[in-house]
Write a protein that binds this ligand. Sequence first.
Ligand SMILES: Cc1ncc(COP(=O)(O)O)c(C=O)c1O
Length: 463
Amino acid sequence: MSRSAHPAGPRHADVLPEGHYTAPPTDLNALDGKVWAATVTRNSDGVVTVGGIEVTRLAEEFGTPAYFLDETDFRARCRAWADAFGKDADVFYAGKAFLSRAIVRWLKEEGLNLDVCSGGELATALDAGMPAERIAFHGNNKSEREIRRAIEAGVGRIVLDSFQEIVRVAHIAQELGKRQKVQIRVTVGVEAHTHEFIATAHEDQKFGIALAGGQAAEAVRRALRLEGLELIGIHSHIGSQIFDMAGFEVSARRVVQLLAEVRDEHGVELPEIDLGGGLGIAYTSEDDPREPHEIAKALTEIVTRECESANLRTPRISVEPGRAIVGPTAFTLYEVGTVKPLEGLRTYVSVDGGMSDNIRTALYDAEYSVALVSRTSEAAPMLSRVVGKHCESGDIVVKDAFLPADVAPGDLIAVPATGAYCRSMASNYNHALRPPVVAVADGAARVIVRRETEEDLLRLDVG
Ligand SMILES: Cc1ncc(COP(=O)(O)O)c(C=O)c1O
Protein backbone atom coordinates (compact mmCIF):
# COMPACT_ATOMS: atom_id res chain seq x y z
CA MET A 1 0.00 0.00 0.00
CA SER A 2 1.55 3.28 -0.96
CA ARG A 3 1.58 6.03 1.59
CA SER A 4 0.49 9.45 0.55
CA ALA A 5 1.70 12.92 1.34
CA HIS A 6 0.06 14.41 4.35
CA PRO A 7 -0.47 18.13 4.47
CA ALA A 8 -0.61 18.75 8.22
CA GLY A 9 1.35 18.39 11.43
CA PRO A 10 3.55 20.63 13.54
CA ARG A 11 7.12 21.01 12.26
CA HIS A 12 9.43 23.56 10.69
CA ALA A 13 7.19 24.48 7.80
CA ASP A 14 3.46 25.04 7.67
CA VAL A 15 3.06 22.66 4.77
CA LEU A 16 4.77 19.30 4.68
CA PRO A 17 6.66 18.36 1.52
CA GLU A 18 5.65 15.48 -0.71
CA GLY A 19 6.79 12.17 0.69
CA HIS A 20 5.92 8.65 1.60
CA TYR A 21 4.29 9.17 4.93
CA THR A 22 0.93 9.39 6.57
CA ALA A 23 -0.24 11.61 9.39
CA PRO A 24 2.14 11.89 12.35
CA PRO A 25 1.18 9.33 14.99
CA THR A 26 -0.83 10.78 17.85
CA ASP A 27 1.62 9.37 20.39
CA LEU A 28 5.23 9.17 19.29
CA ASN A 29 6.13 7.25 22.44
CA ALA A 30 3.74 4.40 21.66
CA LEU A 31 5.21 1.23 20.14
CA ASP A 32 3.00 -0.48 17.60
CA GLY A 33 3.04 -4.20 18.42
CA LYS A 34 2.67 -4.96 14.72
CA VAL A 35 6.14 -3.74 13.85
CA TRP A 36 8.05 -4.43 17.06
CA ALA A 37 9.22 -7.82 18.32
CA ALA A 38 6.89 -9.49 20.79
CA THR A 39 8.73 -8.70 24.03
CA VAL A 40 9.51 -5.08 23.18
CA THR A 41 7.86 -2.58 25.49
CA ARG A 42 8.58 0.78 27.16
CA ASN A 43 9.23 0.68 30.90
CA SER A 44 8.05 3.17 33.52
CA ASP A 45 11.21 5.26 33.00
CA GLY A 46 10.31 5.62 29.35
CA VAL A 47 13.15 3.39 28.16
CA VAL A 48 12.35 0.68 25.63
CA THR A 49 13.15 -2.86 26.71
CA VAL A 50 13.42 -6.18 24.89
CA GLY A 51 13.32 -9.46 26.76
CA GLY A 52 13.16 -7.31 29.89
CA ILE A 53 16.46 -5.51 29.21
CA GLU A 54 16.69 -1.74 28.65
CA VAL A 55 18.12 -0.64 25.32
CA THR A 56 20.37 1.81 27.17
CA ARG A 57 21.99 -1.14 28.95
CA LEU A 58 22.23 -3.08 25.71
CA ALA A 59 23.89 -0.14 23.99
CA GLU A 60 26.40 0.17 26.81
CA GLU A 61 27.26 -3.51 26.77
CA PHE A 62 27.19 -4.25 23.03
CA GLY A 63 27.62 -0.85 21.40
CA THR A 64 25.75 0.60 18.45
CA PRO A 65 24.79 0.02 15.75
CA ALA A 66 23.63 -3.47 16.67
CA TYR A 67 20.80 -5.81 15.83
CA PHE A 68 18.84 -7.13 18.81
CA LEU A 69 16.91 -10.31 18.13
CA ASP A 70 14.05 -11.43 20.35
CA GLU A 71 14.71 -15.16 20.69
CA THR A 72 11.37 -15.82 22.39
CA ASP A 73 9.53 -14.23 19.48
CA PHE A 74 11.64 -16.08 16.91
CA ARG A 75 10.91 -19.44 18.50
CA ALA A 76 7.21 -18.63 18.87
CA ARG A 77 7.00 -17.73 15.19
CA CYS A 78 8.71 -21.00 14.21
CA ARG A 79 6.18 -22.92 16.29
CA ALA A 80 3.27 -20.93 14.87
CA TRP A 81 4.35 -21.82 11.31
CA ALA A 82 4.99 -25.47 12.15
CA ASP A 83 1.65 -25.79 13.99
CA ALA A 84 -0.27 -23.98 11.25
CA PHE A 85 0.93 -26.34 8.54
CA GLY A 86 0.79 -29.45 10.71
CA LYS A 87 2.30 -32.83 10.06
CA ASP A 88 1.08 -33.14 6.49
CA ALA A 89 3.17 -30.21 5.26
CA ASP A 90 6.72 -28.94 5.65
CA VAL A 91 7.98 -25.52 6.62
CA PHE A 92 11.46 -24.62 5.40
CA TYR A 93 12.90 -21.45 6.94
CA ALA A 94 14.63 -19.47 4.16
CA GLY A 95 18.15 -19.00 5.52
CA LYS A 96 18.89 -16.12 3.14
CA ALA A 97 16.77 -13.88 5.38
CA PHE A 98 19.26 -14.36 8.21
CA LEU A 99 21.33 -17.38 9.16
CA SER A 100 23.71 -18.17 11.98
CA ARG A 101 24.57 -21.23 14.02
CA ALA A 102 22.18 -20.20 16.80
CA ILE A 103 19.36 -19.74 14.30
CA VAL A 104 19.99 -23.22 12.92
CA ARG A 105 19.86 -24.71 16.42
CA TRP A 106 16.59 -22.91 17.21
CA LEU A 107 15.07 -24.10 13.93
CA LYS A 108 16.11 -27.64 14.67
CA GLU A 109 14.69 -27.48 18.18
CA GLU A 110 11.41 -25.96 16.99
CA GLY A 111 10.94 -28.59 14.28
CA LEU A 112 11.52 -26.49 11.16
CA ASN A 113 13.46 -27.43 8.05
CA LEU A 114 15.94 -25.15 6.31
CA ASP A 115 16.29 -23.77 2.80
CA VAL A 116 19.86 -22.79 1.89
CA CYS A 117 21.02 -21.23 -1.34
CA SER A 118 24.81 -21.26 -1.22
CA GLY A 119 27.73 -23.33 -0.08
CA GLY A 120 28.21 -20.93 2.83
CA GLU A 121 24.65 -21.32 4.06
CA LEU A 122 24.93 -25.08 3.65
CA ALA A 123 28.17 -25.12 5.64
CA THR A 124 26.56 -23.09 8.45
CA ALA A 125 23.54 -25.40 8.54
CA LEU A 126 25.64 -28.55 8.68
CA ASP A 127 28.10 -27.12 11.15
CA ALA A 128 25.31 -26.21 13.55
CA GLY A 129 23.88 -29.71 13.34
CA MET A 130 20.85 -29.40 11.08
CA PRO A 131 20.15 -32.95 9.86
CA ALA A 132 20.97 -32.96 6.15
CA GLU A 133 17.67 -34.55 5.18
CA ARG A 134 15.91 -31.45 6.57
CA ILE A 135 17.84 -29.15 4.21
CA ALA A 136 16.69 -27.99 0.77
CA PHE A 137 19.41 -26.64 -1.52
CA HIS A 138 18.47 -23.78 -3.84
CA GLY A 139 20.22 -21.45 -6.25
CA ASN A 140 20.25 -20.64 -9.95
CA ASN A 141 23.94 -21.36 -10.43
CA LYS A 142 25.16 -23.86 -7.88
CA SER A 143 28.77 -24.80 -8.50
CA GLU A 144 29.80 -28.43 -9.01
CA ARG A 145 31.61 -28.25 -5.70
CA GLU A 146 28.46 -27.04 -3.93
CA ILE A 147 26.34 -29.74 -5.57
CA ARG A 148 28.84 -32.43 -4.63
CA ARG A 149 28.98 -31.22 -1.04
CA ALA A 150 25.19 -31.17 -0.80
CA ILE A 151 24.78 -34.67 -2.22
CA GLU A 152 27.59 -36.09 -0.11
CA ALA A 153 26.02 -34.56 2.99
CA GLY A 154 22.69 -36.13 2.05
CA VAL A 155 20.49 -33.03 1.69
CA GLY A 156 16.79 -33.79 1.55
CA ARG A 157 16.30 -32.10 -1.79
CA ILE A 158 18.03 -30.05 -4.41
CA VAL A 159 15.84 -27.59 -6.27
CA LEU A 160 16.85 -27.68 -9.93
CA ASP A 161 16.86 -24.35 -11.69
CA SER A 162 18.04 -24.96 -15.28
CA PHE A 163 18.44 -27.63 -17.92
CA GLN A 164 22.20 -27.66 -17.34
CA GLU A 165 21.69 -28.23 -13.67
CA ILE A 166 19.40 -31.20 -14.25
CA VAL A 167 22.27 -32.95 -16.02
CA ARG A 168 24.93 -31.66 -13.62
CA VAL A 169 23.16 -32.88 -10.48
CA ALA A 170 22.26 -36.23 -12.08
CA HIS A 171 25.84 -36.74 -13.16
CA ILE A 172 27.37 -35.93 -9.77
CA ALA A 173 24.80 -38.04 -7.93
CA GLN A 174 25.55 -40.99 -10.17
CA GLU A 175 29.27 -40.52 -9.69
CA LEU A 176 28.69 -40.65 -5.96
CA GLY A 177 26.49 -43.73 -6.34
CA LYS A 178 23.42 -41.87 -5.09
CA ARG A 179 19.92 -41.05 -6.28
CA GLN A 180 19.27 -37.44 -5.28
CA LYS A 181 15.77 -36.22 -4.43
CA VAL A 182 15.05 -33.12 -6.51
CA GLN A 183 12.33 -30.63 -7.28
CA ILE A 184 12.16 -28.51 -10.42
CA ARG A 185 11.71 -24.77 -9.90
CA VAL A 186 9.28 -23.39 -12.41
CA THR A 187 8.25 -19.85 -13.27
CA VAL A 188 4.51 -19.67 -13.41
CA GLY A 189 4.04 -16.28 -15.07
CA VAL A 190 3.04 -14.59 -11.84
CA GLU A 191 4.89 -11.93 -9.95
CA ALA A 192 3.51 -10.91 -6.59
CA HIS A 193 4.58 -8.05 -4.39
CA THR A 194 2.76 -6.70 -1.39
CA HIS A 195 -0.88 -6.07 -2.28
CA GLU A 196 -0.62 -6.74 -5.96
CA PHE A 197 0.25 -9.55 -8.21
CA ILE A 198 0.87 -9.34 -11.89
CA ALA A 199 -0.18 -12.36 -13.89
CA THR A 200 1.92 -11.47 -16.90
CA ALA A 201 4.57 -13.37 -18.73
CA HIS A 202 7.04 -12.83 -15.93
CA GLU A 203 9.40 -15.42 -17.30
CA ASP A 204 11.89 -12.60 -17.89
CA GLN A 205 14.02 -13.44 -14.85
CA LYS A 206 16.97 -15.59 -13.93
CA PHE A 207 15.20 -18.11 -11.71
CA GLY A 208 13.42 -21.28 -12.68
CA ILE A 209 12.20 -22.90 -15.86
CA ALA A 210 9.12 -21.45 -17.56
CA LEU A 211 5.85 -23.32 -17.65
CA ALA A 212 5.10 -21.34 -20.77
CA GLY A 213 6.06 -22.95 -24.05
CA GLY A 214 6.35 -26.39 -22.47
CA GLN A 215 9.81 -25.72 -20.99
CA ALA A 216 8.95 -27.04 -17.55
CA ALA A 217 7.25 -30.13 -19.01
CA GLU A 218 10.45 -30.80 -20.97
CA ALA A 219 12.52 -30.39 -17.80
CA VAL A 220 10.33 -32.98 -16.07
CA ARG A 221 10.74 -35.33 -19.05
CA ARG A 222 14.52 -35.07 -18.82
CA ALA A 223 14.67 -35.36 -15.03
CA LEU A 224 12.49 -38.48 -15.04
CA ARG A 225 14.87 -40.12 -17.50
CA LEU A 226 18.02 -39.64 -15.44
CA GLU A 227 19.04 -42.35 -13.02
CA GLY A 228 20.81 -40.08 -10.57
CA LEU A 229 17.61 -38.13 -9.88
CA GLU A 230 14.43 -38.88 -7.98
CA LEU A 231 11.98 -36.19 -9.01
CA ILE A 232 9.74 -35.55 -6.01
CA GLY A 233 7.96 -32.36 -6.97
CA ILE A 234 7.60 -28.92 -8.45
CA HIS A 235 8.70 -25.69 -6.83
CA SER A 236 7.46 -22.15 -7.38
CA HIS A 237 8.34 -18.88 -5.66
CA ILE A 238 6.43 -15.83 -6.84
CA GLY A 239 7.77 -12.77 -5.05
CA SER A 240 8.28 -11.04 -1.74
CA GLN A 241 6.42 -9.09 0.93
CA ILE A 242 3.12 -10.55 -0.33
CA PHE A 243 -0.15 -9.94 1.49
CA ASP A 244 -2.61 -10.90 -1.22
CA MET A 245 -3.09 -14.66 -1.64
CA ALA A 246 -4.38 -14.27 -5.21
CA GLY A 247 -0.89 -14.68 -6.66
CA PHE A 248 -0.49 -18.01 -4.84
CA GLU A 249 -3.84 -19.08 -6.19
CA VAL A 250 -2.73 -18.57 -9.79
CA SER A 251 0.65 -20.12 -9.07
CA ALA A 252 -0.87 -23.23 -7.43
CA ARG A 253 -3.35 -23.64 -10.26
CA ARG A 254 -0.58 -23.57 -12.85
CA VAL A 255 1.69 -25.92 -10.91
CA VAL A 256 -1.16 -28.39 -10.40
CA GLN A 257 -1.88 -28.21 -14.11
CA LEU A 258 1.71 -29.29 -14.73
CA LEU A 259 1.30 -32.15 -12.24
CA ALA A 260 -1.76 -33.28 -14.19
CA GLU A 261 0.16 -33.12 -17.48
CA VAL A 262 2.99 -35.14 -15.93
CA ARG A 263 0.51 -37.76 -14.77
CA ASP A 264 -1.09 -37.93 -18.21
CA GLU A 265 2.20 -38.18 -20.05
CA HIS A 266 4.27 -40.33 -17.68
CA GLY A 267 1.73 -42.03 -15.43
CA VAL A 268 3.54 -40.48 -12.43
CA GLU A 269 1.88 -38.40 -9.71
CA LEU A 270 4.63 -36.22 -8.24
CA PRO A 271 4.17 -36.29 -4.47
CA GLU A 272 5.25 -32.74 -3.50
CA ILE A 273 4.62 -29.12 -4.32
CA ASP A 274 6.56 -26.21 -2.84
CA LEU A 275 4.97 -22.76 -3.02
CA GLY A 276 8.08 -20.89 -1.87
CA GLY A 277 8.22 -17.96 0.50
CA GLY A 278 7.45 -14.28 0.16
CA LEU A 279 4.83 -13.74 2.86
CA GLY A 280 4.73 -10.14 4.00
CA ILE A 281 5.38 -8.55 7.40
CA ALA A 282 4.54 -5.18 8.94
CA TYR A 283 7.32 -2.66 8.39
CA THR A 284 4.98 0.21 9.21
CA SER A 285 1.64 0.47 10.99
CA GLU A 286 -0.14 0.42 7.65
CA ASP A 287 0.91 -3.13 6.82
CA ASP A 288 -1.49 -5.88 7.85
CA PRO A 289 0.21 -9.22 7.46
CA ARG A 290 -1.70 -12.48 7.72
CA GLU A 291 -1.15 -14.95 10.50
CA PRO A 292 0.52 -18.30 9.66
CA HIS A 293 -2.71 -20.25 10.31
CA GLU A 294 -4.62 -18.08 7.81
CA ILE A 295 -1.86 -18.55 5.24
CA ALA A 296 -1.75 -22.31 5.84
CA LYS A 297 -5.52 -22.58 5.51
CA ALA A 298 -5.62 -20.52 2.33
CA LEU A 299 -2.74 -22.37 0.64
CA THR A 300 -4.02 -25.82 1.63
CA GLU A 301 -7.51 -25.01 0.36
CA ILE A 302 -6.18 -23.68 -2.93
CA VAL A 303 -4.01 -26.75 -3.59
CA THR A 304 -6.68 -29.22 -2.48
CA ARG A 305 -9.33 -27.59 -4.65
CA GLU A 306 -7.08 -27.46 -7.70
CA CYS A 307 -6.05 -31.10 -7.24
CA GLU A 308 -9.64 -32.22 -6.85
CA SER A 309 -10.61 -30.53 -10.06
CA ALA A 310 -7.63 -32.11 -11.85
CA ASN A 311 -8.46 -35.47 -10.27
CA LEU A 312 -5.05 -35.68 -8.59
CA ARG A 313 -4.06 -36.83 -5.13
CA THR A 314 -3.23 -33.73 -3.08
CA PRO A 315 0.57 -33.54 -2.91
CA ARG A 316 2.48 -32.76 0.26
CA ILE A 317 2.83 -28.99 0.46
CA SER A 318 5.89 -27.11 1.58
CA VAL A 319 6.54 -23.41 2.08
CA GLU A 320 9.69 -21.36 2.63
CA PRO A 321 9.04 -18.30 4.78
CA GLY A 322 12.15 -16.30 5.66
CA ARG A 323 11.11 -12.71 6.31
CA ALA A 324 7.82 -13.74 7.96
CA ILE A 325 9.72 -15.63 10.65
CA VAL A 326 12.81 -13.58 11.40
CA GLY A 327 11.87 -10.12 10.05
CA PRO A 328 9.70 -8.89 12.91
CA THR A 329 11.89 -10.40 15.64
CA ALA A 330 14.75 -7.89 15.48
CA PHE A 331 15.39 -4.17 15.56
CA THR A 332 18.51 -2.17 14.81
CA LEU A 333 19.68 0.15 17.55
CA TYR A 334 21.54 3.30 16.51
CA GLU A 335 22.96 6.31 18.26
CA VAL A 336 22.10 9.69 16.80
CA GLY A 337 25.18 11.65 15.75
CA THR A 338 23.87 14.77 14.05
CA VAL A 339 20.50 16.43 13.49
CA LYS A 340 20.19 18.71 10.46
CA PRO A 341 16.90 20.54 9.87
CA LEU A 342 16.28 21.57 6.26
CA GLU A 343 13.76 24.36 6.37
CA GLY A 344 10.59 23.56 4.45
CA LEU A 345 11.72 19.99 3.80
CA ARG A 346 12.59 17.60 6.58
CA THR A 347 15.18 16.98 9.26
CA TYR A 348 18.08 14.67 8.51
CA VAL A 349 18.93 12.54 11.53
CA SER A 350 22.30 10.84 11.06
CA VAL A 351 23.03 7.60 12.84
CA ASP A 352 26.17 5.55 13.37
CA GLY A 353 25.25 2.87 10.80
CA GLY A 354 23.41 3.11 7.50
CA MET A 355 23.29 1.34 4.17
CA SER A 356 26.01 -1.09 5.30
CA ASP A 357 23.64 -2.57 7.91
CA ASN A 358 20.38 -1.98 6.03
CA ILE A 359 20.61 -1.80 2.26
CA ARG A 360 16.90 -2.46 1.70
CA THR A 361 15.85 1.18 1.62
CA ALA A 362 18.43 2.04 -1.03
CA LEU A 363 17.90 -1.20 -2.93
CA TYR A 364 14.13 -1.54 -2.93
CA ASP A 365 12.85 1.78 -1.67
CA ALA A 366 11.74 -0.18 1.39
CA GLU A 367 9.73 1.56 4.07
CA TYR A 368 10.56 1.37 7.75
CA SER A 369 9.41 2.88 11.03
CA VAL A 370 11.62 4.42 13.68
CA ALA A 371 11.27 5.40 17.33
CA LEU A 372 13.21 7.26 19.98
CA VAL A 373 13.91 4.45 22.46
CA SER A 374 16.27 5.77 25.14
CA ARG A 375 13.65 8.14 26.57
CA THR A 376 10.17 9.45 25.96
CA SER A 377 9.49 12.88 24.58
CA GLU A 378 6.50 15.18 24.53
CA ALA A 379 7.99 17.29 21.73
CA ALA A 380 6.03 17.79 18.53
CA PRO A 381 6.42 15.30 15.69
CA MET A 382 9.13 16.24 13.24
CA LEU A 383 9.26 14.85 9.73
CA SER A 384 12.60 13.09 9.69
CA ARG A 385 14.83 11.14 7.37
CA VAL A 386 17.11 8.71 9.13
CA VAL A 387 20.39 8.54 7.24
CA GLY A 388 23.64 6.71 7.76
CA LYS A 389 27.28 7.73 7.85
CA HIS A 390 28.30 6.48 4.41
CA CYS A 391 29.65 8.49 1.50
CA GLU A 392 26.52 8.13 -0.56
CA SER A 393 23.53 10.44 -0.67
CA GLY A 394 21.29 7.40 -1.11
CA ASP A 395 22.45 6.18 2.29
CA ILE A 396 18.97 6.31 3.78
CA VAL A 397 17.66 3.95 6.45
CA VAL A 398 14.17 5.41 6.96
CA LYS A 399 12.99 7.69 4.21
CA ASP A 400 10.15 9.56 5.89
CA ALA A 401 9.06 9.09 9.47
CA PHE A 402 8.20 11.21 12.47
CA LEU A 403 10.55 11.59 15.41
CA PRO A 404 10.08 14.02 18.31
CA ALA A 405 11.42 17.48 17.44
CA ASP A 406 13.87 17.40 20.37
CA VAL A 407 15.75 14.34 19.14
CA ALA A 408 19.42 15.09 19.69
CA PRO A 409 22.93 13.66 19.39
CA GLY A 410 23.41 10.88 21.92
CA ASP A 411 19.80 9.70 21.76
CA LEU A 412 19.20 6.08 20.87
CA ILE A 413 16.75 5.42 18.09
CA ALA A 414 15.66 2.02 16.81
CA VAL A 415 14.35 0.73 13.51
CA PRO A 416 12.05 -2.27 13.96
CA ALA A 417 11.49 -5.25 11.63
CA THR A 418 15.12 -5.48 10.57
CA GLY A 419 15.54 -9.20 11.25
CA ALA A 420 15.36 -10.18 7.57
CA TYR A 421 17.72 -9.20 4.78
CA CYS A 422 19.61 -6.64 6.86
CA ARG A 423 22.50 -8.46 8.57
CA SER A 424 22.42 -11.05 5.78
CA MET A 425 22.88 -8.30 3.17
CA ALA A 426 25.23 -6.18 5.27
CA SER A 427 28.41 -4.93 3.63
CA ASN A 428 31.73 -3.42 4.54
CA TYR A 429 31.14 -0.32 2.42
CA ASN A 430 33.52 2.44 3.56
CA HIS A 431 35.16 -0.34 5.58
CA ALA A 432 32.27 -0.28 8.00
CA LEU A 433 32.46 -2.99 10.60
CA ARG A 434 29.35 -5.14 10.33
CA PRO A 435 27.27 -4.92 13.52
CA PRO A 436 26.69 -7.80 15.90
CA VAL A 437 23.49 -9.74 16.30
CA VAL A 438 22.55 -10.06 19.94
CA ALA A 439 19.91 -12.55 21.00
CA VAL A 440 17.78 -11.48 23.92
CA ALA A 441 15.51 -13.72 25.97
CA ASP A 442 14.18 -13.68 29.52
CA GLY A 443 16.43 -10.96 30.86
CA ALA A 444 19.61 -12.32 29.26
CA ALA A 445 21.44 -11.08 26.17
CA ARG A 446 24.18 -12.88 24.28
CA VAL A 447 26.04 -12.21 21.08
CA ILE A 448 25.24 -14.76 18.38
CA VAL A 449 27.17 -13.00 15.62
CA ARG A 450 29.93 -10.76 16.92
CA ARG A 451 30.77 -7.28 15.70
CA GLU A 452 33.48 -7.17 13.07
CA THR A 453 36.76 -5.64 14.08
CA GLU A 454 39.40 -3.74 12.17
CA GLU A 455 41.54 -6.87 12.55
CA ASP A 456 38.84 -8.84 10.71
CA LEU A 457 39.00 -6.36 7.85
CA LEU A 458 42.76 -6.29 7.71
CA ARG A 459 43.05 -10.08 7.93
CA LEU A 460 41.53 -10.34 4.46
CA ASP A 461 43.72 -7.58 3.08
CA VAL A 462 46.86 -9.52 2.28
CA GLY A 463 48.42 -7.24 -0.37
C1 LIG B 1 13.11 -19.80 -3.43
C2 LIG B 1 12.88 -18.87 -2.31
N1 LIG B 1 12.27 -19.34 -1.21
C3 LIG B 1 12.04 -18.54 -0.14
C4 LIG B 1 12.42 -17.22 -0.14
C5 LIG B 1 12.17 -16.39 1.08
O1 LIG B 1 11.38 -15.31 0.83
P1 LIG B 1 10.81 -14.45 2.07
O2 LIG B 1 11.94 -14.18 2.97
O3 LIG B 1 10.28 -13.23 1.43
O4 LIG B 1 9.76 -15.30 2.73
C6 LIG B 1 13.05 -16.68 -1.28
C7 LIG B 1 13.46 -15.27 -1.30
O5 LIG B 1 14.00 -14.74 -2.20
C8 LIG B 1 13.28 -17.54 -2.39
O6 LIG B 1 13.89 -17.09 -3.49
